[in-house]
Design a protein around this ligand. Structure first.
Ligand code: NAP
Length: 501
């Protein structure tokens, strides 16, 4: 059995490691020249993980010497590099190569992949199974604003940060106030001549005093030396920030319909976080009225804050612009009220094409079935892993496996990998050549998932977020508990899958 994994980021390294442990031959196709995926690519100033490292790390590669509670991009990139090296995964990666298509060859029961190298040449590779590990947040999204192409100054997206552009003394405009923007804005603000921040929707802030702090020496000593201390810390984070936090975002039956709360607990959390904002902006009522969100906590991702956001917005050279954007012009951004906010540099903190799963890869399954045509822009899978009509093709961090609260995506990828290894194990043990999810099982799961997503703040609220696709359906988020994903991915349920000769 030979498996091709697409992508050598967090999920791809994990898949490679588990395949090797199972004695399966594999190769990883990676478009960049190094491993680490999102932690390689996102180099914007201030980039760091917003989930404590003890949780955001592989269960089988725990470190007890993280330098920060929430480490910086370079630390995470190096961690994934070290894991790839330690587990020998880097030896299996074909770098500078991108999978452009995958086609199921029915008679051979194999996938035929077309791989484009960085020099433009193409190669073909066969695999008994394919694991997609391309991530959800790897394709930057530029906002659909009239005149974007006409801008005469320098511009770039946060995920394609251009260090050659000197911001010193310049008129800088940033569009977006999401997780990426709130990390780089406090760092660049002191450099810029002026900094205008276009906010469409205010983010909820999660007060985190130690967000930028190093792990104190005494605590680090405990992690390293006191048996069980580090593990219990990990479990405690996992519970508090995972399933333990879900009650705060549950839509409560009978709760009065309001735009900013979905239940008594959710309203209580809203009040707590509003108090934080009131305290942070107590001396700036002009800003306060614009920074309190008008949607429920949990409808969008909360953003960690140690006071940096208020300090940035209060700077003399910084202006928060909440008027809508009319268009982009050569000299800057025209607001809906007719003002031209001048810009020499325009930075898009505008997020990612999260719902466009597996684009731009062409994937052709049984009987010429095109995956993107089957999805029609509304990606679905069974447990995020498998799609009917596409035997032996599996996804990690696929549709409906993202989380809004601070669980860890690594957990989802570890669970998904275990299920995929179970499926490959069934092929090996039964001698079957293909395994595919039953369409009715897939459809029933998706129906239940859609219904369950509507019972959480992110599915209920109509506020804009990358959790919903163009149809307004949450195609990204897991609708149940973390525990349930663990249970459902322990091993394949044999009756749910169709084996083929
Ligand atoms: P994002 O959360 O999707 O934020 C995009 C921002 O751009 C939002 O403020 C959005 O406004 C704004 N925007 C988009 N189109 C616009 C338009 N046409 N006009 C005006 N504003 C527009 O993207 P992100 O900040 O890159 O974060 C994405 C996700 O990546 C996060 O939720 C998180 O899961 C992950 N992330 C994690 C970390 C970390 O772990 N440290 C750091 C960064 C990102 P609206 O809110 O009104 O839509």
């Amino acid at each position: 059995m030979h498996v091709v994994v697409i992508g050598a980021g967090m999920s791809g390294i994990l898949a490679g490691h588990r395949l090797a442990q199972a004695g399966v031959s594999y190769e990883i196709i990676e478009k960049h020249d190094d491993v680490a995926g999102t932690w390689l690519v996102n180099t914007y100033p201030g980039c760091r993980v917003d989930n404590p490292n003890h949780n955001y790390s592989y269960s089988f590669a725990q470190r007890h010497d993280w330098p920060f509670h929430f480490s910086t991009q370079d630390v995470l990139r190096d961690y994934f590099r070290e894991c790839a090296r330690e587990f020998g995964v880097d030896q299996h990666v074909r770098f500078g190569s991108e999978v452009v298509s995958a086609t199921w060859d029915e008679p051979a029961a194999q996938w035929v992949l077309t791989i484009r190298r960085s020099d433009g040449s193409e190669a073909t590779e066969r695999a008994d199974a394919v694991i997609s590990a391309v991530g959800q947040l790897s394709r930057p999204k530029l906002p659909d604003i009239e005149g974007r192409e006409s801008f005469a100054g320098e511009w770039f997206h946060s995920a394609q940060w251009n260090p050659q552009v000197d911001l010193a003394g310049k008129k800088v405009v940033v569009i977006g106030t999401g997780a990426s923007a709130l990390q780089f804005l406090p760092i660049i603000a002191p450099e810029c001549g002026t900094l205008a921040i276009f906010q469409r929707t205010a983010p909820w802030l999660a007060p985190t005093p130690d967000y930028h702090e190093p792990v104190p020496a005494g605590l680090s000593w405990l992690y390293r030396n006191l048996p069980g201390y580090s593990e219990f810390n990990r479990f405690s984070i996992f519970w508090r920030m995972g399933d333990g936090a879900l009650e705060g975002v549950r839509v409560e039956d009978g709760f009065p319909h309001r735009p900013d709360a979905v239940g008594v607990m959710n309203d209580f959390v809203r009040e707590l976080l509003t108090q934080y904002l009131r305290a942070e902006f107590a001396d700036r009522p002009d800003l306060l009225e614009h920074v309190i969100p008008n949607y429920p906590v949990g409808a969008k991702r909360g953003i960690r804050d140690n006071g940096a956001w208020a300090a940035t917005l209060k700077r003399d050279n910084v202006r928060l612009v909440t008027d809508g954007i009319e268009r982009i012009e050569p000299g800057g951004v025209r607001t809906a009220t007719g003002e031209l906010v001048e810009a020499e540099v325009l930075i898009y903190g505008s997020g990612f094409e999260a719902s466009k799963f597996l684009e731009p890869i062409t994937i052709t399954g049984r009987a010429g079935l095109d995956l993107h045509e089957q999805w029609e822009g509304d990606a679905r899978a069974y447990l995020g892993v498998a799609m009917p009509g596409f035997p032996n093709f599996f996804c990690l961090y696929g549709p409906n496996t993202n989380i809004v609260l601070n669980g860890s995506i690594i957990y989802f990828s570890e669970c998904g990998t275990r299920l995929i290894l179970g499926l490959l194990g069934r092929l090996a043990r039964t001698g079957a050549r293909s395994i595919e999810i039953r369409r009715d099982v897939h459809d029933a799961f998706n129906e239940a998932s859609d219904a369950a997503n509507l019972k959480w703040a992110w599915g209920w609220s109509e506020v804009s977020s990358w959790y919903k696709n163009d149809r307004g359906r949450s195609a990204t988020n897991w609708a149940f508990t973390l525990l349930e994903y663990w249970q459902r991915t322990l091993a394949p349920v044999p009756e749910e899958w169709v084996l083929g000769d």
